[in-house]
Design a protein around this ligand. Structure first.
Ligand SMILES: C[S@@+](CC[C@H](N)C(=O)[O-])C[C@H]1O[C@@H](n2cnc3c(N)ncnc32)[C@H](O)[C@@H]1O
Length: 282
């Protein structure tokens, strides 16, 4: 099938299997993180989905994620990308890193982006407070070219560390902020339009960004209630236009590399023991 502008209720893997090959231009998702509901802590108590338990064995979880990622790969056009939001976790002191299972999929890992959420979900002193999540830019190469097209400077200048707080005004237990899919869609599709997929769409944030940027969307979620909420948000999409406009205004090149060089300004290169400050680079 070739669904367009639809939020589909059901299991991500089962629905993905019904979608045609090479149909999607870009995908973005934040899957359930397999938090392990038998453990205590703020995150476990407060982030509970209404239709699924987020507690399977880690082995089963990773295998499911590999299957979903490979199915997303199949439905994505060659040259297309998938942005996979996850984070490092620990189970009984052992670190679980998303790259462990991502590397077992068919995708080429194009970049690891740090999302600085500025606030910790779990505030305990076993480790430094974890305020970061990761966003993996996964790429489906055309033939054997694993590098792909260059990003325009106005997007690339936003760097590999993205700083914005998590969403607060949303009834869903774990939404990402609208800025996040907006940044991705605008950077990757630029002024082109395409089909944008989110297989764990929750409150529909990815679809909302796609719609506001003039693209088409496909969302999947197992919860009937979240699908209804997502559809409600999409009906009122214009209420969110300001957030999208604000993100777009950040994609600018104030000074080109040549301008910086001519002004004897900071080109980002290491000079005489001085590290470039980030503010000067932007
Ligand atoms: C982290 S949330 C996504 C939130 C979303 N990014 C947003 O902004 O609202 C993960 C979602 O995955 C859904 N989910 C869990 N298991 C699923 C499955 N097997 N198939 C489809 N959706 C699933 C949950 O209902 C939840 O809404």
């Amino acid at each position: 099938m070739k669904p367009i502008d639809k939020i589909i209720q059901g299991d991500a893997l089962k629905i993905l299997k019904k979608i045609d090959d090479n149909f999607v231009d870009l995908g973005i998702t934040s899957p359930p993180y397999n938090k392990g509901e038998k453990y205590k802590g703020w995150l476990v108590k407060n982030v509970k989905y209404n239709a699924t338990s987020d507690n399977v064995s880690e082995e089963v979880y990773q295998e499911q994620q590999i299957q979903v990622l490979n199915e997303v790969f199949r439905v994505t056009k060659p040259g297309g990308s998938f942005f996979y939001n996850h984070k490092t976790r620990w189970a009984r002191g052992k670190m679980l890193h998303p790259i462990e299972w991502i590397k077992k999929t068919k995708w080429t890992v194009r970049q690891e982006i740090i999302w600085d959420r500025m606030i910790a979900a779990n505030i305990r002193g076993w480790r430094f407070w974890q305020i970061d999540e990761r966003i993996y830019w996964l790429y489906k190469s055309i033939d054997d070219n694993k590098i792909g097209e260059e990003l325009k400077s106005k997007h690339a200048l936003l760097t590999s560390i993205w700083r914005f707080p998590p969403e607060r005004k949303n009834g869903h237990p774990a939404p990402f902020p609208l800025l996040l899919p907006t940044r991705i869609i605008y950077s990757i599709l630029d002024d082109k339009k395409g089909v944008v997929l989110d297989p764990y769409v929750g409150s529909g944030t990815t679809c909302l960004a796609a719609k506001l940027l003039g693209s088409n969307y496909i969302g999947i979620d197992i919860s009937k209630e979240y699908v209804k909420d997502a559809e409600g948000r999409l009906k009122n999409y214009l209420d969110y236009k300001k957030i999208v406009t604000e993100e777009i205004s950040k994609h600018i090149v104030e000074k080109t590399f040549a301008d910086r060089k001519n002004d004897n300004g900071n080109t980002g290169k290491y000079r005489k023991g001085k590290l470039p400050s980030q503010s000067k680079l932007l």
